[in-house]
Ligand binder design. Structure first.
Ligand code: ASP
Ligand code: MG
Length: 422
């Protein structure tokens, strides 16, 4: 017997028929003798609709300002998950499975005060554990908790992944199964490279890089949590028919786990990419202590997410060039901030370029292998792809290129590291 947390995303609960399919997946695990908690998202599209209503309401009501109270945003937006948790509990009861729905406050799952993008502070697993021990399935509304002001708080878009992993940690689950509309984590985006292969296992650290570098399978924060609490997280498809799954076999999917569990570690695990990046270069900035703080302090205050940062060594020790990237959507704001800080930074000129892509090569095997970066640079140069900036960490190389070359670069890197081969 194992204790399992099963999480179903929006497309998996998109309508009553799919919710019934989910109920049969849950029954399958219950029948196999496991203790089960289920975390659900809202029906697909529902959260967008609710967010849209909240954003439009001030206008409709004739308010002068478009602002709304974040606590009321949460009250509205959290309702999508409330509906699916109740419906799934009913569907389970209808097929003879003892089940009860749980809202975040009933557990309780406590968050900080940051309504609309709250972080989880603590989860009391005791009540859930005792109900599960009695054989009752806990059907938990994802994405929500209770803030210190005693009101509902939501965890940011995509937050039900984080709910699931956090609950798995709190109830000491053996596994957290994330059922989604893809059947695992791939070596790269299969829409760009049809030869992309599903990975059987990915290390927490690699998944964290892939999630933050653009792979949309899991919310980044859920991967951080899984890594910290060592929650073995299995990504698998919810579209498989429960009846077709061999209860003793190994279902297709990707296990995100500790690197020690991965016996055959490849040097490179995957190629990720993030489109719509913009580059900003400050020319001839004074090379003195405090100048980087003068550039990036105001950008941080303006809530602009700066990603790659490259600073040149100055020839004579007096002036240097500084380049960084921001999301396309933040470019205008970033340029305004830089312009406003001109007195402080003292640069000669600023140049910018939108529409760029960051392609990244990820793999913990890089730690112990030389030449991984050189291989990427050579392969890209042979395709005539110009590299604008490079950043590296112990387990990844990120390369900034023109957006038009995204597909070519992804395919080239995928093949040069042997990821095409079965
Ligand atoms: N329903 C929420 C959203 O769409 C949470 C989630 O699906 O993870 O962002
Ligand atoms: Mg999601």
């Amino acid at each position: 017997m194992a204790r399992i947390v099963m999480k179903f995303g929006g497309t998996s609960v998109a309508n009553l028929e799919r919710i019934h399919n989910v109920a049969r997946h849950v029954k399958r695990e219950v029948d196999a003798g496991h203790e089960v908690a289920v975390v659900v998202s809202a029906m697909s599209g529902k959260t967008n609709e609710l967010v849209g209503w909240v954003q439009d309401m001030p206008k409709v009501a004739g308010a002068a300002s478009p602002f709304f109270d974040a606590r009321e945003y949460d009250a509205v937006v959290a309702s999508g998950e409330q509906v699916t948790s109740g419906l799934l509990a009913i569907a389970l009861q209808a097929i003879g499975v003892d089940a009860r729905s749980w809202q975040g406050w009933q557990i309780p799952l406590r968050t900080d005060a940051a309504h609309a993008s709250a972080r989880i502070d603590s989860i009391d697993g005791a009540l859930l554990i005792s109900r599960m021990a009695q054989g009752q399935v806990a059907v938990i509304a994802g994405f929500q908790g209770i803030a210190p002001d005693n009101r509902i708080a939501t965890l940011g878009r995509g937050g039900s992944d984080t709910s699931a992993v956090a609950i798995a940690a709190a109830v000491n689950a053996d596994r957290c199964d994330i059922y989604t509309d893809v059947d695992g984590v791939y070596t790269t985006d299969p829409r760009i490279e049809p030869k992309a292969r599903r990975l059987a296992k990915v290390a927490f650290e690699e998944m964290l890089e892939m999630a933050s570098l653009g792979s949309k399978v899991l919310q980044v924060r859920s991967v951080e949590l899984a890594m910290v609490h060592k929650v073995r997280t299995f990504v698998r498809s919810s579209f498989d028919k429960p009846e077709d799954i061999d209860p003793h076999g190994e279902p297709p999917g990707t296990l995100i786990c500790d690197e020690d569990e991965i016996v055959e570690q490849e040097v490179v695990t995957g190629i990720a990419y993030a489109k719509d990046e913009a580059q900003v270069s400050l020319r001839r900035v004074a090379d003195r202590p405090g100048v980087a703080a003068a550039v990036f302090g105001p950008l941080a205050e303006a809530n602009i997410n700066v990603d790659m940062i490259v600073q040149n060594i100055s020839e004579d020790g007096s002036k240097t060039d500084m380049t960084f990237t921001v999301p396309n959507g933040d470019l205008a704001k970033a340029l305004a901030v830089i312009e406003a800080a001109r007195g402080e930074i003292a640069y000669d000129a600023v140049q910018s370029e939108p529409g760029l892509t960051k392609v990244s090569v990820v793999g913990i095997g890089m730690r112990s292998h030389a030449g991984v970066a050189a291989t990427a640079f050579k392969a890209l140069s042979q395709k005539g792809i110009n590299i604008r900036a490079i950043t590296t960490s112990e387990i990844k190389i990120s390369i900034l290129i023109d957006g038009a070359y995204t597909e070519l670069a992804v395919r080239t890197l995928h093949s040069v590291y042997g990821l095409d081969k079965a």
